[in-house]
Design a protein. Structure first.
Length: 281
């Protein structure tokens, strides 16, 4: 094992635990009535999250002062997604980084939103996990920024100058990529194995075994978000659909010609614009 990799993996012991709100959201049972009540309790126990949710709903011209009403206005799924996003974005407090963390989280949020839209349109059985899987798919980048910030910034520069896929630049410079280190973090957090697999293999679909469709969904969403310039994940390679991803998406009757994708992309643009996550309009 290379020394730098050892430094990262040993540091995982001292990484923050899975945020309490995120852990509670993962444990919500599949019962809509119970979920709404539980979500209300989870949000109410977090003053910062409560304020964020109320701010978002009132920005739309509403006059909502209670969590129950806010969840009713936003809808359960959106309220849950916002809560998960807010919780996960607090995991790392990074200072003096040249990476724009807001744009990074914008990219992660956008991938979650687009993954959910795709699932709803083509593969509804994946919809429940789509947003969360998309949101955390790049969590390994946070670890690299935390413990190998200089090397990770060099990988971004290499991806931009060459240009090449960021995960390949990471492997060239550090001997591992954000998918591998993110999967270690997911294991440490005891996330569902299907989510961990998305984190590890969203750039290497051929190795997915547990839930290959979910990995393909997030890979597809990631590429669409790069096409739409939704946030910035530091990957400057031209966004392309490889043969294996095209084959998997073909099972859902998705035509990857840009003209055929236009209706889907317009749906995504409309939703992303509501959150100011893309320049397209």
């Amino acid at each position: 094992m290379q020394p730098d990799i050892r430094k990262i993996t040993q540091s995982l012991i001292s990484l923050p635990t899975l945020p309490t709100v995120a852990a509670q959201l993962f444990e919500l049972v599949d019962d809509e009535k119970y979920q709404r009540e539980a979500l209300e309790q989870i949000i109410s126990g977090d003053p910062v999250l409560t304020a964020r949710l109320l701010k978002m709903i009132n920005a739309k011209g509403e006059a909502v002062t209670g969590i129950h009403s806010a969840i009713g206005k936003l809808g359960f799924e959106q309220a849950k997604d916002i809560s998960m996003e807010a919780s996960m974005s607090r995991v790392f407090e990074l200072k003096n980084s040249k990476v724009d963390l807001q744009k990074f989280w914008d990219h992660c949020s956008a991938v979650g939103i687009v993954a959910r839209i795709i699932a709803q349109e083509y593969e509804p059985n994946l919809a429940a996990d789509a947003f969360t899987a998309g949101l955390v798919h790049d969590i390994g980048k946070n670890v690299l920024l935390q413990y190998m910030g200089s090397e990770f910034e060099q990988a971004i520069t290499l991806s931009k100058n060459r240009p090449c896929e960021l995960h390949l630049a990471e492997k060239e410079l550090m001997g591992l990529d954000h998918g591998q280190i993110g999967a270690l973090l997911a294991e440490n957090w005891q996330l569902p194995r299907s989510i961990s697999e998305v984190i590890q293999y969203h750039h290497d679909l051929s190795r997915a075994e547990i839930n290959k469709p979910l990995v393909a969904l997030v890979s597809f969403a990631d590429i669409l978000c790069r096409i739409l310039n939704a946030g910035d994940g530091g990957n400057y390679a031209p966004p392309v659909f490889n043969a294996e991803l095209a084959q998997e998406l073909g099972k859902w009757r998705i035509n990857l010609e840009l003209s055929a994708l236009q209706p889907l992309m317009l749906l995504c643009i409309d939703e992303l614009n509501k959150r100011n996550l893309t320049q397209y309009g």
